[in-house]
Design a protein around this ligand. Structure first.
Ligand SMILES: *[C@@H]1O[C@H](CO)[C@@H](O)[C@H](O)[C@H]1NC(C)=O
Ligand SMILES: *[C@@H]1O[C@H](CO)[C@@H](O)[C@H](O)[C@H]1NC(C)=O
Ligand SMILES: *[C@@H]1O[C@H](CO)[C@@H](O)[C@H](O)[C@H]1NC(C)=O
Ligand SMILES: *[C@@H]1O[C@H](CO)[C@@H](O)[C@H](O)[C@H]1NC(C)=O
Length: 435
């Protein structure tokens, strides 16, 4: 079997090979190492997020394709004007969703409740990211999503390739530094990138981190406990979907070695089944969501059907393995993917332990907004405190916290009053840091 670094090498070879000639190459700024190739043609009959969720609400919307350095072709939506029709006068904002969802999550509530629309109506130039592997970001310059090699990535690659390509693309298209909004995994990849203090950091005006995930000490016990409390029907779906207690935390390495690269395995079959099961009388998918994210206070349950049309979305098994690796979970150390043996780690990293991302290295002057909730089981308040402790020397006034006792994980994106609870203070924060 090919190991990971040789797959990457292959991808790089494909990337520079002439068989990508159908795609325009664009050299952002003076970047010599091209990070971005842009595919501009989108046919009229293609099913897109712009068409199904944005234009239907009366907003202008552009579909963009950004190709990351390792060949993954990502869909990006841009909402350049709000309902007033006035062109955005404020800087671009890049919205990065979390694990198992895509950009649709920012658009599923009404325009007055959904962050994607609220930012556009407030004069921001809105850009919506879709992580590799999700429905609209399945393209690759050489691989098919049916190839197991397509799923050979974890959040290290989201830091190194996806985020880097997206940020450079938005800056290239707008000529401006951007604000960033991340939810859940979208916060971890940003924090990891900031901690590396690379050239990317100068492209951000500020970052808002909702349900921030960095240290993950508290999750597993919580999820296991909740899973046990589910009713039989939900438990069946739960186990098939995520199996957090046996699958996510113990057996996933085995699944991986058995060749299941996409998580959850067999997703293409499961998605529609899930939608059916959740509509059956006697099952309660809101309990399932509670088991996964905590007791969300403020989600309008009559919109569950709409949610299930778009989410959940698959990710790579390797990404899930990385998130559940013992170092991250037990000691709170945030490190790159652990290949499980000193030899393999040496082969990939030149050292026997995977390199750590040190949150204390995040530049003290980078404006940060942290929104977190008392009921969140994924971004547990104690874990967020550990992150805040890492950031305790942050420049005065450049670190803003918004805490809501009632909010759980999904409320930050889908809560019907998230506008009052988090988005209004976040927009004020952006306005202060927009000059
Ligand atoms: C993946 O395989 C399925 C079933 O064989 C096929 O229907 C689908 O078109 C393939 N997808 C891609 C992207 O090649
Ligand atoms: C689902 O469960 C939640 C929480 O236990 C409850 O509030 C809600 O009424 C239930 N919905 C249905 C349709 O049974
Ligand atoms: C929930 O959504 C439904 C359908 O969109 C809407 O009719 C209802 O007023 C909403 N309820 C709340 C409390 O927002
Ligand atoms: C948001 O809704 C929750 C649940 O209805 C409520 O407890 C909370 O006070 C609301 N917050 C605001 C700021 O409106």
């Amino acid at each position: 079997m090919l190991n990971f670094s040789s797959v990457l090498t292959l991808l790089v070879l494909f990337f520079v090979s002439p068989n990508v000639s159908a795609i325009d190459k664009v050299f952002p700024g003076n970047a010599k190492d091209v990070d971005i190739i842009i595919k501009s043609s989108i046919s009229d009959d293609e099913d897109t997020i712009c068409k199904s969720l944005v234009q239907t609400q009366g907003y202008a919307c552009e579909e963009h394709k950004v190709t990351a350095k390792d060949g993954y072709i990502l869909s990006v939506q841009r909402i350049p004007v709000g309902r007033s029709g006035k062109t955005a006068s404020k800087p671009p904002v890049l919205l990065q969703h979390g694990l198992l969802v895509d950009a649709a999550a920012w658009l599923l509530n009404t325009p007055d409740e959904s962050l994607g629309f609220i930012l556009a109506d407030n004069g921001f130039d809105v850009w919506l990211a879709n992580t590799r592997g999700t429905k609209y970001s399945r393209g690759h310059t050489s691989l098919s999503s049916n190839d197991s090699a397509y799923w050979e990535w974890s959040w290290d690659e989201l830091v190194q390739y996806d985020l880097s390509a997206l940020v450079q693309y938005v800056q290239y298209k707008t000529g401006q530094k951007l604000h960033y909004v991340g939810h859940s995994l979208g916060t971890l990849i940003a924090l990891a990138a900031f901690s590396e203090q690379g050239k990317l950091i100068n492209m951000f005006k500020s970052a808002a981190l909702l349900s921030p995930i960095a240290h993950l000490n508290q999750i597993p016990s919580q999820l296991t406990k909740e899973a046990a409390q589910l009713h039989i029907a939900e438990r069946v779906i739960y186990r098939q979907l995520h199996q957090f207690n046996s699958f996510l935390w113990f057996d996933k390495q085995e699944l991986y070695s058995l060749g299941y690269r996409q998580f959850p395995p067999g997703w293409d079959v499961l998605g529609p089944i899930l939608e059916k099961i959740c509509n059956e009388p006697g099952t309660n998918c809101s309990e399932l969501m509670t088991a996964l994210t905590g007791p969300n206070c403020c989600i309008n349950s009559s919109r569950a059907g709409e949610l299930l049309k778009h989410e959940p979305q698959p990710t790579a098994t390797k990404n899930i393995i990385h998130l559940s690796q013992s170092k991250l979970i037990r000691t709170g150390t945030i490190a790159m993917y652990d290949y499980g043996s000193e030899d393999e780690n040496k082969e990939h990293y030149g050292q026997s332990d995977p390199p750590a991302y040190n949150m204390k290295n995040i530049p003290k002057e980078l404006p940060l907004f942290l929104g977190y909730g008392g009921q969140d089981m994924l971004a547990d308040a104690n874990d967020v405190k550990a992150l805040l402790n890492d950031l305790k020397d942050h420049d005065n006034g450049e670190l803003v916290e918004v805490y809501s006792e009632e909010y759980a994980h999904a409320d930050f994106v889908l809560g019907v009053n998230a506008s009052k609870v988090v988005y209004d203070p976040m927009i004020s924060f952006f306005d202060i840091h927009s000059s």
